[in-house]
Design a protein around this ligand. Sequence first.
Ligand code: PLP
Length: 475
Amino acid sequence: MDPDEFREFGKASVDYIANYFKDLRKLPVISSVEPGYLSASLPELPPRKGEKWQKVFTDVDKMILPGLTHWHSPHFHAYFPTANSYPGIVGELMLSGLGCLSKDWESNPACVELEVRVMDWLCKMLGLPEEFLNESDGPGGGVIQNAASESTLVGLLCGRQRSVKTILTKNPHLTPEEIRGKLVAYTSKESNSSVEKASLLASVPMRLLPTDNQCRLRGSTLREAVEKDKAAGLIPCCVVASLGTTGTCAIDELEELGIVCRENNIWLHVDAAYAGAALVCPEYRHLMKGVEYTDSFNFNPHKWFLTNSDCSAMWFKNTKDAEEAFKVKSLIEQEPQYEYEIEHWQIPNCRRFRALKLWFVLRIYGVQGIQKHIRHHVGLAKYFEKLVRSDDRYEVLISCLGVVCFRLKGEDQLTQRLLDRIAERKKLFIMPYYIQSKLVIRFVICSRLTEKEDIDYAWNEILSLTPVAKKELTS
Ligand code: PLP
């Protein structure tokens, strides 16, 4: 493909995407294809000779589109928002086009310096502790990781290493292996499954602790677990707290957890993958009360912050802890070329130029534009909650930011029947969840395109499918 053809192909793709967003509301949010629909029409071998891009392009409409779940449809209310915006899309295109990676500063000065600066912008936008700033006098700093899962793993590995180092200093007769064998970490049973995965990867057992009736992890529960483990000769090294769990957007009691962590020299990592975005609005900053206790903090601009995937922001109170965990011996002696060695605060060797798309989003939306987006979504969730509460057949169990968990009063079967009908009709995409063993419908405001009319549409769809009497369960 030559540059002129690339120009045509690229322009056609941009037109395609613009039309896709224009017509998205009309497309069915969930596809109706059967398993294997695509494999049946794809050849078993790749083409021997290259094909024209126009031909491949036509197949997107013919073969791919019918099997897509439209995550940006205004009728998509499942999982969590997946960020998408025009500045984010173009940013992603530009960073792919420029195609450069970075390691240390010398490998790509613009990539590293932009990342350092936009992470400081973000930190200030969210009102996070100044200790996290790259530009602060202390050892704090921030870096863009690929996913919240990776940030949690990084936090856990840092906590593991800090504990090993502290115990070794006090007990030089022990070996790191002996200490590692005794480490233990904690999170709530409501945490994202990536937290448990991090424990598998780091070989540190993770206690999944019970929560209160609002699905929050409390300090007293943590304290009890830590004391029990210490009495058994184990070494608590890390707590992963959620600022917005995946199920219900529950906010763990950071301050209570932080006090226990500080008393026991436990690393506190905060997973704010979704809800962290709301901190851009000062009125939601009370949710992070106790954040000053955290050693590492993460949120995903690629969830609710208009920045296309992948982009996960992570800050450390002390980046030396990360360097201690990740800086390999052969590099320790090298003189750093730049004061921020962000390449040692992550797992991969090289980084994509994600800072570029984040910079596009931050500059083109501005702080006010992003606040408007968050407030709009929270307003839509509140509106939906009001509709649910206005019908006394329903109850709202938990509502936080853009997430509303509700159910039909009475036996779970009623809610299950409703969920089955919604799934059969495919007009909305919503998901079930269990709160304290009760089945609920988890309704999330996801798409940037969702408006009040879409909430009315969703509620009318739900109402029209609501089982009217217990008798209906058996019909
Ligand atoms: N943490 C929370 C609270 C989440 O909701 C999710 C995903 O929804 C994750 C972590 C995992 O995010 P990622 O896909 O960026 O690893």
